[in-house]
Design a protein. Structure first.
Lengths: 274, 344
């Protein structure tokens, strides 16, 4: 940095940053343009008209109202399920040694190498056989599936570091296994809970293949990601409407990331460093 | 210092043992006896063991249903001639695999998957490391803001981004406009619609989308290197370039191997962006195994779905990935033992 003046470094980085997030800037500005303005000045980043009819069109005609609701219901439920099952699993594995623990660890560890993506056909069939094909329940169940190895390990290695005395004190006070976990141990793990919530939020909100195949015969259950794909298939020229739909789909995740990015980066770094 | 992300700072206090990486590392530490509470055979402890199993069970059930069962049943499915209705499933043995091996479109998709991976992974690794090194500089102001901006594409929905990119890389989009203004192009190129450019464009967009992730991985690796080493090198009069080659690189190689594996498996699984940007086209130029499988299992354009055939394609591809993983592990071990032999 001594050789290159700082001004140039920052100029280059700022230019690069601008190019980097340009697609999002374009998307947001296009969603506020009228069709005529978009046709004449499709590339300008400052809309002149600030027209909100694109959003109204996507929200009602494009059914983004129900897509949005579906996305929220699926995402929130999946986060709650995953949080409960992984923290409980991590508590038992990280805190206690019991018969069969070695086998569980080995199986979960081996599953890292299994490409989940190619299990789409059996998962599709399983949901169908369970009679959950035309319900949000099917999507929720499939999205919560898997071994969640990363989350279990994050919880387990955190719980391991909690001093034993805390548990012993709780037992002395008459707390059972479940009460100790719920009221003494779990509240300590807020940073891990934060990481799990935001990571699972991003994965579920962005998920495409599973909701796509599970809603093939029931369009009213589409999530935002699938809904926009369908909208584009139907209206290939309505770019302002597509941009508005994209803004509806991406705005929540970008805003939440900006507020909670610390937790996300914590968790992702854990994927490399263990 | 102030600009560092807390995560990486906390991680950097933990030394990274050589030869053990990532998730495997923490798994071994959990398996070790020590801090956890041993359960001895008393009535109370038997109750605790029962509770432990009850706590583990839900996660295991979700695992068994959506990860274990699919692996087993996929083998069975792959030997069926089956359109998805249970009653007309017919067992045909290895017939699907025979047909698969004879299908040039499958080999085209197979080749494209690896082409995509070989194009994207080196770019992600090198550019990700570059971004991490630049933004790890404690003297650089606004580093945190740049990191956040570079990271935004990572958290956005791949399928939505793909649809937006169709316009941006289209003939009226910003890419053509900029290239023509810079006199690098005479007339617009339909980047995603031209069979010569489609794969290249798809790779570039994938790299853009995932670079931030690689930057964070590398940053975690860089910040685990003890500061004293850099100070010692400075005292010894080492130049920044020399320090990078002799101190940084050897110490981040173990992390680098984990990052490479994550990237390889991610790139071979790519689906969302290809489905929304090109749907495997034009003329199958970007058709990868995942879009090939989708076409046979779920798409209505080729008539009745063929779930058995699609399962066979999935198994065949997954099998090659496992084979590559095993091969590279063996080769790494051989190189490792040869190196140690020379050292002794």
């Amino acid at each position: 940095m001594r050789v290159v003046p700082k001004v140039f470094v920052h100029a280059a980085l700022l230019l690069l940053s601008f190019v980097w997030i340009y697609p999002f800037l374009w998307m947001v500005s296009a969603s506020f343009k009228t069709q005529t303005e978009f046709f004449e000045k499709g590339l300008s980043l400052l809309p002149e008209s600030w027209d909100t009819s694109n959003f109204a069109r996507a929200w009602t005609n494009g059914k983004f109202e129900s897509y949005f609701l579906n996305s929220v219901i699926v995402t929130v439920t999946v986060i709650v399920i995953v949080l409960i099952i992984t923290s409980a699993c991590g508590y038992a594995l990280g805190r206690y040694s019991f018969k069969g623990k070695g086998v569980i660890l080995a199986v979960l560890g081996a599953s890292i190498f299994v490409p989940l993506e190619f299990s789409i056909i059996p998962v599709f069939q399983l949901i169908k056989d369970m009679g959950l094909m035309n319900s949000l329940g099917g999507i929720i169940l499939a999205e919560s599936g898997g071994g969640h190895v990363l989350f279990v390990l994050l919880f387990a290695s955190f719980f391991r570091q909690v001093p034993k005395e805390l548990e012993e004190a709780a037992t002395m006070d008459g707390c059972g296994f479940v009460r100790t976990y719920l009221s003494v141990i779990l509240p300590l793990s807020k940073p891990i809970i934060g990481s799990v919530v935001i990571m699972q939020f991003i994965w579920t909100w962005n998920s495409f293949l599973l909701p796509l195949v599970l809603t093939l015969s029931s369009p009213e259950l589409r999530t935002l990601a699938v809904g926009l794909y369908a909208l584009r298939g139907e209206n290939i020229v309505d770019w302002t409407g597509i941009a508005a739909g994209g803004t509806i789909a991406l705005a929540p995740i970008i805003v939440i990331f900006l507020f909670l990015q610390r937790y996300f980066v914590d968790g992702m770094s854990g994927a490399v460093k263990g | 210092m102030a600009a560092r992300w807390p995560a990486a700072r906390r991680l950097s206090r933990r030394p990274l043992p050589h030869g053990k990486e990532g998730i495997l590392l923490s798994q071994t530490t959990i398996a070790q006896p020590g801090r956890e509470i041993a359960v001895r055979r008393t009535p109370r402890s038997r109750k605790i063991a029962l509770w432990c199993w009850l706590f583990v069970a839900p996660n295991l059930i979700f695992f068994a249903m959506f990860q274990g069962w699919p692996i087993i049943v996929n083998w069975y499915y792959s030997m069926l001639d089956w359109s998805g209705i249970s009653s007309d499933a017919k067992f045909i043995g290895l017939g699907n695999f025979k047909e698969l091996i004879a299908d040039p479109y499958f080999w085209n998709a197979y080749k494209n998957s690896f082409l995509f991976m070989l194009g994207a992974v080196p770019l992600l690794l090198v550019l990700g490391l570059l971004a991490a090194v630049v933004l790890n500089n404690p003297l650089l102001k606004l580093a945190k803001m740049y990191r956040t901006l570079f990271f935004i594409p990572v958290v956005t929905t791949a399928s939505v981004v793909g649809i937006i990119m169709v316009y941006i890389w289209g003939s009226e989009g910003a890419v053509n406009y900029a290239l023509m203004k810079l006199n690098l192009l005479d007339q617009p190129v339909n980047w995603l619609g031209d069979p010569h450019w489609a794969m290249f464009t798809v790779i570039l967009i994938y790299v853009w989308k995932n670079l931030g992730m690689n930057m964070i991985y590398w940053l975690a690796g860089l910040q685990s290197i003890p500061r004293e080493l850099y100070e010692a090198a400075k005292v010894d009069g080492s130049t920044p370039a020399k320090t990078f080659v002799h101190i940084t690189v050897p110490l981040i190689v173990p992390v680098g191997l984990v990052i490479t594996l994550l990237n390889v498996s991610g790139a071979l699984k790519v689906f969302d962006m290809i489905k929304t940007m090109t749907d495997g086209g034009p003329f199958f130029a970007t058709d990868v195994v995942s879009t090939y499988i989708y076409r046979f299992a779920f798409s209505s354009e080729i008539g009745l779905p063929r779930l058995g055939y699609a399962s066979a394609a999935g198994i065949f591809f997954a099998f090659t990935i496992v084979l590559i993983a095993v091969l590279q592990a063996v080769i790494r071990k051989m190189i490792g033992s040869a190196g140690r032999g020379r050292g002794a």
